[in-house]
Design a protein around this ligand. Structure first.
Ligand code: ARG
Ligand code: ZN
Length: 883
């Protein structure tokens, strides 16, 4: 790893070794012109102790042009170096002591459609360097364990770019000849190159300020395209709440004089935590009630918090190498989840996170793209910013918290910050901090980082009435999968409760068998039992409370117990979970019935239980809305597991919706109107929950009645985007092709024509219509004047939504849906390999389809794999998916 691996070659964790040279400081001058950027980078370097005196310096590059090279200020003779667009090799460097190397490079931001490195988005110069974008700006040791302070001078035409930003604190600025000007920035905190950022443009700004717990004043600023700064107000509020929360909950203060955020229209990902200069996809900054939904508000809050929290978990302590990515991502997702739990509702946050995990991470972990939370090898690191690294990574942090308790977890985090501040760390460092702080042995637990796959946890209960003795037997198992990383038993923390007839948790007189601490069973072997003595009555077993481990739970609990838990369990998450499991079971049976052509039936007792919870006014509206949200068609497909017929899945789900809608008509009519928040729009969690419940109720009510008037009214009279889009989506999904749906879509388009973020919703909504004709309509929308494949949000809104949220049309039996996506991926790959590779992962469950559709998917993938000149990003995904 000390020499750069050529693109497309496998990089392995076991090959890690430190660089031969140490970088002590980086000074850059970036001159921006129309059509080109000239960059001069001066590196202060020294040879690492013990490295042979003749070892050359090997720097990474990517599509670079070298314009000059000097050693200690003297131009280097050609015989000392070799340069090509992707590497620079320098010989004859000093055997010892410090020296400087000055590197001139020229790039063309305007033609950078990959949106990695320095590029232009609507005239704004901006950067994205994680994971390997810095090498598209200058030659560098572009890896996360090379940390240095940076001083950056940016120069540009004053009219084109009155705003000039980089990392750290502003030092000075001023005019230059010819209408140009400059700004000088200094970042004193040593950082890896992936955290470098630069932004220049004609931007509006919203400013504010924050004083840290120890009294440091911080200037806050959010930069947007012209005229949009007022839409950054909620994001600004979220920044301040995040800063306070990290002080209070994790004892972490901000450490620069300024914190800047920039909203960019063309962005490959959600956002990026560059030190002191977070760059965001504008979708996660810009909001107002007229254009953004409650879900958008929650998304902005989460992403703002996530990027801010990276300042400590990612920036102050970074990753030694990219195999340790979950060290910062899993931990930071965990932190943003805790933030959301505190700011909104812990139960609703947990339900949302578990839903997301099951919808995205489980299929990844159970399919051809399977990899451990800490992968051992990669061809293209950008393909490992996955649900497994992020979301399962977060689950592992949560399990450490569950195992150690709040106090132990805090001690471990504090020790981690104390020991590794300013370093590039590993998962071993992280785990050891918890072990050393608490004395707990986490070696077996560490298997979670290295073994891929979702383990199954089977639980059986036996109650001896006479003795008052309950025996729980727990069996864990792990099937070998695509990653083939072993199947040793994990340390699984199983949170539980024994719910008595009155709804309170029962206290057994004695417990024996597997280790139990408080309300957590520590399962360490493949099979273990726990015996609870002295129970006065048979409890209902509430197992895996709060989803305390990312497993597939198998428990044949009696329906009576499950229904009792749905009413009584003090753990609200599990009230949701038992109902969801029963619904899941009913839906899979329904799919089988639909395939046989028999009627899909639904247990009336289950509908009754659902309606009882949904009607329970003592519960939060957002929680009740979650109970009413059936699993998506993709999620049902995953539950069915193999030989999946998406048409049968659709039929079973629809008939269940109609059934619930009909049985609950009276309640839903009430909720859909009277349950809505009154007064002026507010995005707070409670109001959002009320809207969610009202709109879900309206959706089901309409599904049962077939009458579109109420939905039309919701659309027409809405004073906010949440209600407007809810009404529109009922019309478009349930009345596809009707004159009313068409008119509403047109009205929506005309009203929001100039707003890209809203237009994305317009494209996404149509791509998701569960109708086989959607294939042709999506192909037509790709020719719409407002469609633009080069804009990642737009590409994702049409094709990402189609392929990920519309299994019925995407997997149409004639293969036309999959073929359409494969063809678009080929075009997109030429522009932006990262986005094409990401959308290609929507094929990951193809092997679970019924034979005919499976064969069509194979054809589309094989066709794509055979196209010449695919990017490493896309070919890596397609080849692993086919394998
Ligand atoms: N670190 C960024 C975040 O989690 C995301 C970067 C994604 N990078 C990539 N190459 N896909 O907020
Ligand atoms: Zn992150």
């Amino acid at each position: 790893m000390s020499s750069p691996a050529p693109r497309g070659e496998t990089v392995r964790l076991e090959d890690y070794r430190p660089t031969d040279f140490v970088v002590h400081g980086v000074e850059m001058t970036v001159e921006l012109f129309e059509g080109r950027a000239e960059i001069e980078t001066t590196l202060s370097l020294s040879r690492r102790n013990g490295v042979p005196a003749d070892a050359p310096l090997l720097l990474d590059g990517d599509e670079l042009e070298l314009t000059s090279l000097a050693l200690d200020g003297e131009t280097l003779s050609r015989s000392y170096y070799e340069a090509d667009p992707s590497s620079l090799r320098v010989e004859g460097l000093p055997a010892s002591g410090a020296f400087t190397l000055s590197i001139g490079t020229r790039i063309v931001p305007e033609t950078n459609t990959k949106l990695m490195g320095l590029y232009r988005s609507r005239g704004v110069w901006c950067t994205q360097c994680e994971a390997e974008g810095f090498r598209r700006i200058t030659y560098f040791l572009d890896r996360p364990d090379v940390l240095a302070p940076y001083t950056v001078r940016v120069e540009a035409d004053r009219a084109a770019a009155p705003v000039l930003l980089s990392n750290g604190n502003p030092v000075e600025g001023g005019p230059l000849d010819g209408g140009r000007h400059y700004a000088l920035w200094h970042d004193p905190h040593p950082k890896p190159s992936y955290l470098f950022a630069l932004v220049a443009g004609d931007l509006d700004v919203l400013t504010d300020s924050f004083t840290t717990a120890s009294g440091r004043p911080v200037d806050l600023a959010i930069y947007t395209e012209k005229g949009l700064a007022s839409r950054a107000a909620y994001a600004m509020d979220a920044i301040k709440r995040s800063m306070r929360w990290d002080e209070e909950r994790f004892g972490r203060e901000y450490d620069l004089d300024v914190f800047n955020v920039v909203a960019i229209s063309d962005f490959n990902m959600g956002a990026m935590e560059n030190k002191g200069l977070n760059v965001f996809n504008h979708k996660y900054v810009l909001l107002d009630s007229d254009t953004a939904t409650d879900t958008d508000y929650a998304g902005v809050e989460t992403v703002i918090a996530h990027e801010y929290f990276h300042n400590w978990t990612g920036n102050r302590i970074t990753c030694r190498d990219w195999f340790q990515l979950c060290l910062k991502e899993g931990l930071t997702v965990y932190r943003d989840q805790r933030f959301t739990a505190d700011e909104r509702s812990a139960t609703v946050e947990r339900i949302g996170s578990v839903r997301g995990l099951k919808a995205h991470q489980f299929p990844e972990d159970q399919g051809p793209l399977q990899h451990p939370v800490r992968p051992r090898e990669y061809k293209e690191i950008n393909n490992f910013y996955t649900a497994t690294v992020y979301n399962k990574g977060a689950e592992l942090c949560r399990m450490i918290h569950t195992i150690l308790g709040a106090d132990g977890f805090k001690k471990g985090m504090d020790l981690y910050f104390e020991r590794h501040d300013g370093e590039a760390a590993t998962i071993e460092d992280f785990v050891r901090s918890f072990e050393d702080a608490t004395g707990e042995d986490l070696q077996q637990f560490s298997l979670w980082y290295n073994q891929a796959g979702t383990p199954t946890l089977a639980v059986e209960e036996r109650f001896d009435e006479g003795a008052g003795r309950l025996t729980l037997s727990l069996v864990q198992s792990l099937q070998p999968g695509a990653a083939d990383t072993g199947t040793e038993p994990f340390h699984i923390p199983v949170r539980f409760g024994l719910v008595g007839p009155n709804g309170a948790d029962m206290e057994p007189a004695a417990v024996s068998g597997a280790e139990v601490r408080g309300d957590v069973i520590h399962l360490r072997k493949a099979r273990e039992s726990v015996v609870f003595e002295g129970l006065g009555a048979r409890p209902a077993v509430s197992i895996l409370r709060d989803f305390s481990a990312p497993v597939t739970l198998e428990m044949r609990q009696s329906e009576d117990d499950a229904l009792a838990l749905s009413r009584l369990d003090p753990n609200l998450f599990n009230r949701w979970r038992v109902l969801t499991d029963l619904v899941g079971r009913a839906l899979t049976a329904g799919v089988a019935a639909a395939r046989r052509g028999t009627d899909v039936t639904f247990d009336p007792k289950l509908v009754e239980a659902i309606l009882a919870s949904v009607g329970d006014e003592t519960l939060e509206p957002a929680f009740r809305a979650q109970i009413l949200q059936l699993p998506s068609e993709s999620e049902i497909g995953r539950m069915v597991g193999s030989d999946v017929d998406p048409a049968a899945v659709h039929a079973a789900r629809e008939s269940t919706r109609r059934r619930i809608g009909a049985d609950g008509a009276e309640l839903f009519a009430k909720l859909s109107e009277a349950g809505r928040p009154s007064g002026a729009f507010s995005p707070d969690a409670d109001s959002a929950g009320r809207r969610a419940l009202a709109n879900t109720a309206l959706d089901l009510l309409t599904a049962a009645s077939g009458d579109l008037t109420a939905a039309e009214r919701r659309f027409r009279d809405a004073d906010n985007m949440t209600d407007r889009l809810a009404g529109l989506s009922i019309l478009v999904n349930q009345f596809a092709g009707s004159a009313e749906a068409g008119a509403a879509l047109d009205a929506f388009f005309r009203r929001f024509e100039d707003d890209d973020l809203v237009l994305d919703k317009w494209f996404a909504l149509q791509a998701g219509v569960p109708d086989e004709g959607t294939v042709e309509r999506v192909a037509g929308l790709a020719r719409h004047p407002r469609f633009n494949l080069a804009n990642p949000n737009r590409a994702r809104s049409l094709f990402g939504s189609f392929a990920s949220a519309n299994p019925l049309a995407f997997n149409r039996a004639d293969g036309a849906g999959q073929r359409l996506v494969a063809e678009v991926l080929l075009d997109l790959d030429r522009l932006n390999p990262q986005v094409s590779a990401r959308i290609a992962t929507t094929f990951r469950s193809w092997k679970t389809l019924e034979p005919r559709r499976r064969e069509k998917a194979r054809e589309a993938l094989t066709w794509l794999a055979g196209r010449p000149g695919l990017s490493t990003d896309l070919s890596d995904i397609v080849e692993r998916t086919l394998r």
